[in-house]
Write a protein that binds this ligand. Structure first.
Ligand code: NAP
Length: 407
């Protein structure tokens, strides 16, 4: 077996993955330790089987979150951030963020500090997971959520604070705005540069995966200069960088009788509230959705529910220098330490990570084993409560059931 070494990036951005890459992981808070243990077991088994023991992952634990605070007094150290950057690829469990007080979100901080600007969340139905939809097999979408700006930028001040009062005074006196007295204030920055790199990543993905459309989701009728501008800049980057491969929906109707020419990716936009309706009524019309941060957070949880819930929703945060894979859900504190929840979301995020590393054979064996296990009716509580005749198993037992089907 080769010595453990770091993954690196070539000048052209390609990943150079050794046979024994060192991959940092953050176990996470709440249910994190349970789902991470399960995920690690499944990834290791898939890699071993796919590559006949010729490849393996050397895991490197980073103490972040509550574990980090207990051990070092820091929730998220600079050393942990640097380690993710240095190792190029990492995976993490969920981390706690208190509501309305306490520390800022560690998840958001990791994404912002490492400039992991694209949050990529594929939503695909796995037969026969119970779904509230009549035809869940029609759902096959990938959300590209902008990860570094919007209301998540963390520029906000508590109601009544000197800072909030000072911003209100400025807005009223210099800008002629009317602001409710003593309001809390949050700022929503959306920039052309960050929008364009996100939408470009979404279009490149659609090209790579041969997908028919990219939908720009926004609330630009109300927030014209932020969300409206997101849509305008999205169309701009499609034209500027991918003009030969893309066509707007308007052009499809004006020049091609409503049928997109072969090989062209249709760029369209939808107002956010309407899109929530359309992904329920006509999900087959959407494949890649590119959207600002807050919309992306909402739509990815809603879409996850359509294919069976948060327990099955994987995700990745990808930047130009490194990537960090994580489940879409949070720490589900009431289930912490019970070995109960569905590890599917983190396991599928692990499969995305293997794909990203070019170890697609191992990734595919994980997806097949997951589907076979669920088909056999072996599921955790969240699916068992919706599936008649299912065998409810613990988180760790679900992982063992997958391992037994790998290969
Ligand atoms: P949550 O942790 O996602 O859990 C909400 C509910 O979703 C759970 O009660 C459970 O539903 C279901 N669920 C979540 N994960 C599941 C799994 N693996 N298997 C089965 N069901 C699962 O959301 P929350 O309670 O709003 O947030 C808790 C904490 O997590 C907060 O501190 C929040 O800030 C943080 N958070 C972190 C991340 C992240 O690390 N990226 C993301 C979101 C939230 P039932 O009760 O119906 O069983």
């Amino acid at each position: 077996m080769k010595n453990p070494t770091k993954i690196t990036k070539a000048q052209d951005g390609r990943l150079l993955v050794p046979d024994c890459p060192i991959i940092p992981y953050i176990e996470g808070d709440g249910i994190g330790p349970d789902i991470w243990k399960a995920t690690r077991m499944v990834i290791d088994a898939a890699v071993k089987c796919a590559f006949n023991d010729q490849k393996r992952i050397q895991w490197l634990e980073l103490d972040v979150g509550e574990k980090g605070f207990q051990k070092t007094g820091e929730y998220l150290s600079d050393a942990a951030l640097k380690s993710i950057q240095d190792h190029v690829v990492a995976i993490k469990g969920p981390l706690t963020t208190p509501v309305g007080k306490g520390i800022r979100s560690l998840n958001v901080t990791i994404r912002q500090k490492l400039d992991l600007y694209a949050c990529v969340r594929p939503v695909r139905y796995i037969d026969p997971v119970p779904s509230p939809m009549k035809h869940p097999q029609k759902i096959n979408m990938v959300v590209f959520r902008e990860n570094t700006e919007d209301l998540y930028a963390g520029i906000e001040w508590r109601a009544g604070s000197a800072e909030a009062e000072s911003v209100i005074n400025f807005l009223e006196q210099k800008m002629g705005a009317v602001v409710p007295a003593h309001a809390g204030i949050g700022i929503k920055p959306i920039s052309a540069a960050n929008t364009k790199r996100l939408v470009a990543a979404a279009i490149a993905y659609a090209m790579d995966q041969n997908l028919p459309s990219v939908t720009l989701m926004h609330k630009g009728n109300i927030m014209k200069f932020t969300e409206g501008a997101f849509s305008t800049w999205g169309y701009e980057v499609a034209r500027e960088r991918f003009g030969d491969r893309t066509i707007t929906e308007a052009e499809v109707y004006e020049k091609h009788n409503g049928r997109a020419p072969e090989g062209k990716i249709v760029i369209k936009d939808r107002i956010a509230d309407m899109l929530f309706q359309q992904v329920l009524l006509r999900p087959e019309e959407f494949s890649v959705i590119a959207t600002p941060n807050l919309n992306g957070d909402y739509i990815s949880d809603a879409l996850a529910a359509q294919v069976g819930g948060l327990g099955m929703a994987p995700g990745a945060n990808i930047g130009d220098t490194c990537a960090c894979f994580e489940a879409t859900h949070g720490t589900a504190p009431k289930y912490a330490g019970l070995d109960k929840v569905n590890p599917g979301s983190l396991i599928l995020s692990g499969a995305m990570m293997l794909d990203y590393m070019g170890w697609g054979k191992a990734a595919e064996s994980i997806r097949q084993a997951l589907q076979a296990t669920i088909k056999a009716g072996v599921v955790t509580y969240d699916l068992a409560r919706q599936m008649e005749g299912a065998t409810e198993v613990k988180c760790s037992e679900f992982a063992q059931a997958l391992v037994s089907r790998i290969g």
